[in-house]
Design a protein around this ligand. Structure first.
Ligand SMILES: Cc1cc2nc3c(=O)[nH]c(=O)nc-3n(C[C@H](O)[C@H](O)[C@H](O)COP(=O)(O)OP(=O)(O)OC[C@H]3O[C@@H](n4cnc5c(N)ncnc54)[C@H](O)[C@@H]3O)c2cc1C
Length: 507
């Protein structure tokens, strides 16, 4: 297992130990996968090594090796058939992060110690009618004295039935203002054995061969207020934080799967002779393997960089989402390519490619789909880079007559009227002939209030001299209309031709 220079000695030792441990467990993991047996014995072995509690603080019985340590364990476990996703969901995810970050001291002592000892947990977020749009959760939790009564259905829960502890999200308010401000959800730990809490159905998935994934039914389940994680209404915040952590774990599992994939395809190609030479010597196969190595290196670097940021106390939302998106998508792509390199054997079930390919598909969906990752990366990434992404102010160069970055900020006008604003919009037509001006662009020229700016913009709009773009009723962009351009300047003002254009060829 490659290591990184920023890892501590404990991380390195952990990596070496868990690799050896997983190598020894591999035959049993393969067997359990073929037999479709839930491998509780393997989960017990992992627990006996203390790996379930790798990220749990030492004071609660864990190893205290943080997010990096958690990724190290998951990367190795991710090499094993189906177990990786199953165990990660159970052990690392069943509310561990949520309890660590939002739980009371009493909850940390109660739950984290159980995790460290190997208790299996699960996340119960998704519902029959609620997937990517997680804010729409329909399961309700009604306060009744010192307990909540929870009713509803959950689905796609990894560990359904085999887990003892379920980090579950339910709706505690239907007030439009709470919904708008995402204060309508609350997080709970629901436990196996609570009255009215049953497993409804177990899915047959294309991946995760021997891991339970299924539906839960909650029929008026009484849950003590002591099992509420965080405050009432804090569920969305807790969910987002938990998902962020989960995504990084998913990314580390994909890295483990990638390593097994490359091992399989390379060792195969070194031993398969066609046209008098090993098939790995064929350049098209080498190119595919070079791509796989590139993807593995980048996926691993991205994962441990994000883990390090989290260990430093940063949320690393964009980095964790990129790691998950890239790891899952590249593993899916590479597993299809790897099957091609191995020819017919690549599509038998006698090599690991089959299950890696199937699990890669589930990895693109579980923990948030690749599309959901892109939405997050787009929104949060743009926010993070907002300063760098500001459009440079450009002006028409006096001599050349073409747009150039402005050397200095314009002298701001403190008074605004129809003519001044129209002139600014018309001037912008010369610089960016196909673009509207944003509110921020206009405010570089006018030191006036939003209300004042809106008043003049609307007045110009009513005169059909300006066209406005509004979002949710708020003016965001403006441009001069054809009539507006003509009112601001004579048409000659907008003309410009390169010096090589002959006068007689333009009119
Ligand atoms: C193997 C596996 C394990 C899982 N484990 C758990 C678990 O332990 N606990 C749990 O709570 N859930 C679990 N899930 C559920 C998983 O989180 C959801 O399947 C996932 O969030 C997508 O929801 P959905 O399946 O309802 O798809 P939908 O939300 O119905 O989406 C369908 C398609 O539309 C796309 N889409 C949806 N909205 C948008 C949008 N706004 N923009 C662009 N594209 C969009 C999606 O990307 C997807 O391609 C698991 C799922 C799988 C497959």
């Amino acid at each position: 297992m490659g290591t990184f220079f920023w890892w501590t000695d404990e991380h390195r030792k952990l990596a070496a130990g868990v690799k050896e441990f997983v190598d020894e467990l591999m035959p049993r993991a393969e067997e359990a996968s073929w037999k479709k047996e839930f491998p509780r014995d393997i989960a017990d072995s992992i627990a006996s090594k203390g790996y379930f509690g790798v990220g749990v603080a030492k004071e609660y019985g864990g190893m205290g090796l943080g997010v990096t340590g958690t990724c190290i364990v998951n990367e190795e476990i991710g090499r094993m058939p189906a177990l990786g996703p199953g165990i990660f969901a159970s052990a690392m995810l069943g509310g561990v992060h949520q309890v660590k970050e939002f739980g009371t001291e009493e909850q940390k002592t109660r739950f984290l110690a159980r995790v460290a000892k190997g208790e299996l947990g699960a996340i119960a977020l998704t519902e029959p009618f609620v997937g990517t749009d997680a804010a729409g959760i329909e399961t309700t939790a009604r306060r009744d004295g010192d307990r909540y009564v929870i009713s509803g259905k959950k689905r796609f829960v990894t560990g359904a039935g085999t887990a003892s502890r379920y980090m579950l999200y339910a709706r505690t308010s239907d007030e439009p203002e709470d919904i708008r401000r995402k204060r309508h959800l609350t997080g709970f730990i629901v436990e196996k054995g609570m009255p009215g809490f049953t497993v409804e159905k177990i899915n047959e998935l294309i991946g995760l061969d021997n891991i339970h994934n299924g539906y839960l039914n909650l029929d008026e389940v009484p849950v003590s207020v002591n099992n509420r994680i965080g405050d009432e209404g804090q569920g969305w915040q807790i969910m987002m934080s938990g998902l962020n952590y989960e995504r990084l774990i998913c990314a580390s599992l994909a890295v483990g799967g990638f390593r097994e994939l490359i091992r399989s395809v390379v060792s195969y190609g070194q031993r398969r002779i066609q046209f008098g030479q090993p098939t790995i010597n064929i350049s098209t196969n080498q190119f595919k393997i070079a791509d796989m190595l590139t993807e593995l290196k980048l996926a691993k670097l991205s994962t441990y960089y994000a883990a390090h940021l989290m260990d430093l106390g940063q949320s690393a939302v964009v980095e964790a989402s990129i790691s998950k998106l890239y790891g899952a998508d590249m593993l899916m792509y590479a597993s299809v390519e790897a099957a091609q390199v191995m020819g017919g054997d690549g599509v038998t079930k006698f090599y690991p490619l089959d299950r890696i390919m199937r699990e890669a598909k589930t990895a693109q969906i579980a923990g948030g789909t690749s599309e959901a990752m892109k939405l997050l990366i787009y929104r949060m990434g743009l926010k993070e880079m907002a300063d760098e992404l500001k459009m440079p102010r450009r002006v028409i160069h006096e001599e050349l007559g073409v747009p150039m970055p402005a050397a200095a900020a314009p002298a701001k006008q403190t008074r605004i009227d129809d003519d001044k604003l129209l002139k600014a919009l018309a001037e912008d037509y010369r610089v960016n002939p196909g673009l509207y001006m944003s509110r921020e662009d206009l405010k570089e020229y006018f030191d006036v209030s939003d209300e004042e700016l809106d008043r003049v913009l609307v007045s110009l709009e009513e005169k059909k001299l300006v066209k406005l773009y509004r979002r949710r009723g708020i003016i965001e962009l403006a441009k001069a209309t054809y009539e507006g351009l003509n009112k601001a300047n004579p048409s000659e003002y907008y003309r410009w031709f390169p010096s090589w254009v002959r006068k007689e060829d333009v009119f």
